[in-house]
Design a protein around this ligand. Structure first.
Ligand SMILES: NC(=O)c1ccc[n+]([C@@H]2O[C@H](COP(=O)([O-])OP(=O)(O)OC[C@H]3O[C@@H](n4cnc5c(N)ncnc54)[C@H](OP(=O)(O)O)[C@@H]3O)[C@@H](O)[C@H]2O)c1
Length: 199
């Protein structure tokens, strides 16, 4: 991609750092981001090497920081792509949590996972227009589409899935049905059911 520059949010560790490294290997200049400065961001800078094009700290649990983050990034150079990867997963006893804990969890989850990415996209579009185009990649979770099962239910699902797939592999059609599935040999068409993992 020549000298195109991309901002990868949440690239101070985890999947974001891996995305940043891959994009750097593909020739992108990568603007790194984390919620705070420190050794994680420095480690990502090392991982990206010469392709690092800025390192930015902004806590997106205050979504208004998204606008100042984007402004800082474009002040340092052109921007051709945005990867909205920063995200939080905050376990919660949905019905048992106090109102205060529930409220805090809800606000932070929506701020970081939804509102900040929307604001970043909105702030990036005018810069993309000036350059004749841009790309946005939003990293999400299957939980956002299918919901999250309770831990005990997840364990039950996982156990049932193992028994069902074992029966399929053995050609035991009745066994496969008994453990909750059709007798199909290839459970891959619905991976959410196939692996019992709800993320
Ligand atoms: N891991 C999985 O199994 C999985 C599954 C489905 C979807 N995802 C999605 O993939 C993305 C990355 O996941 P991951 O597992 O790599 O997460 P991770 O290791 O927990 O890293 C999260 C990244 O987001 C940043 N971040 C968190 N809170 C922030 C905040 N308030 N403000 C700014 N940045 C913040 C973190 O920065 P700091 O370290 O500086 O706080 C970090 O760089 C997320 O959007 C997640 O929902 C992950």
């Amino acid at each position: 991609m020549g000298s195109s520059r991309v901002l990868v949010t949440g690239s101070s560790r985890g999947i974001g750092r891996a995305i940043a490294r891959s994009l750097a290997e593909a020739g992108w200049q990568v603007a790194l981001h984390g919620s705070h400065p420190g050794k994680d961001l420095e480690e990502s800078e090392r991982a990206v090497g010469n392709q690092a094009a800025g390192s930015y700290a902004a806590d997106l649990s205050d979504p208004s920081r998204a606008d100042s983050l984007l402004a800082q990034v474009v002040a340092d150079g052109p921007l051709h792509a945005l990867v909205n990867n920063a995200g939080v997963y905050l376990p919660l006893d949905f019905t048992g949590a106090s109102e205060a804990v529930f409220e805090t969890n809800l606000r932070k989850t929506f701020a970081v996972n939804f509102e900040a990415p929307v604001r970043l996209i909105r702030a990036a579009i005018p810069h993309f227009r000036v350059q004749g185009g841009g790309k946005v990649l939003n990293v999400s979770s299957r939980v956002g589409f299918k919901g999250e099962a309770e831990p005990r239910r997840r364990t039950r699902l996982a156990k049932r899935t193992v028994l069902r797939d074992r029966a399929r592999l053995d050609g035991d059609r009745d066994g496969a049905r008994r453990h909750g599935g059709s007798a199909r040999r290839n459970p891959g068409r619905n991976p959410s059911r196939a692996n019992g993992d709800s993320r």
